[in-house]
Design a protein around this ligand. Structure first.
Ligand code: PXP
Length: 251
């Protein structure tokens, strides 16, 4: 079963577009938690185009109060590392950022980039924070995160999602499955994320049982426009159990 961590960056983006406080990520997080989300994720970018530092503080406090996980994502820049060490989220997911990117589009290249993240991994783990490293679905490389001391990897699932329903689907699913197995064999927990939705999540849950958590943002918030946030979260939870659920058809 894949546990759902709802990424609320898109709610913050909508709020920021009017410079007001509506819609508020905090209220959205309450709704998601009450609808059964296992956790909340925020990707706090340096340019603050969606989540702000006060969002991280507020949502993390809410998650602690409600007993659900808070996953802080981001590149290991000093201000983010300092905030993580001060606030101690359940999980810190380290994500490489390329200036100007629209969204994260690749994982860490290990061992080449190991020295950039090894000290952050050990400092966060010493503070009691679970650390995940965002990685491409590459079975030969993925265990490199364990050598750096990480607890988990998050497998980048955009290629799987893009191939879903096409002739490349089995190939891309196989890459995720092989990577998840290699990670598990190395003693790593396995998360997944990027472009997951109600159509492609059930297959992943059934075929790759090593995956324990998926952080999902864009498609979930888009679906919520049609279904409402609470009903959307309930459907993603079932999808994470490997159950096929009705998705929103926009075409
Ligand atoms: N995982 C990581 C590392 C991400 O950067 C993002 C996007 O913020 C996600 C998961 C969620 O991707 P999506 O918004 O496509 O569900």
């Amino acid at each position: 079963m894949i546990q759902l961590s709802v990424n609320l960056n898109k709610v913050a983006l909508l709020r920021n577009s009017r410079g007001s406080d509506n819609p508020g990520p905090l209220q959205a997080a309450v709704t998601c938690i009450e609808a059964g989300a296992a956790g909340i994720t925020l990707h706090w970018r340096e340019d603050r185009r969606h989540a702000r530092e006060d969002d991280v503080r507020q949502l993390l406090a809410l998650c602690k109060q409600r007993g659900v996980e808070f996953n802080l994502e981001g590149d290991p820049r000093p201000e983010l590392v300092a905030l993580a060490l001060a606030l101690r989220p359940t999980q810190l997911t380290l994500v490489p950022v390329t200036p100007g990117e629209v969204t994260s589009d690749h994982g860490y290249d290990l061992p080449r980039q190991g020295p950039e993240i090894a000290p952050v991994i050990s400092a966060a783990r010493a503070a009691g924070i679970r650390v995940a490293v965002f990685m491409d679905a590459n079975a030969e490389r993925i265990a490199g995160a364990r050598e750096l001391g990480a607890d988990r990897v998050e497998i980048y699932t955009e290629p799987y999602a893009a191939a879903f329903g096409t002739e490349r689907a089995a190939f891309e699913l196989g890459r995720v499955r092989d990577s998840a197995r290699a990670a598990a064999r190395a003693g790593l927990g396995v998360n997944a994320g990027h472009d997951l939705n109600l159509d492609n999540l059930p297959t992943l849950a059934r075929e790759v049982p090593e995956i324990v958590e998926a952080s999902i943002g864009h498609a979930l918030i888009a679906d919520a426009l049609y279904l409402g946030l609470a009903e959307t979260v309930r459907r993603y939870r079932r999808a994470g159990e490997g159950i096929d659920v009705p998705s929103v058809k926009t075409k």
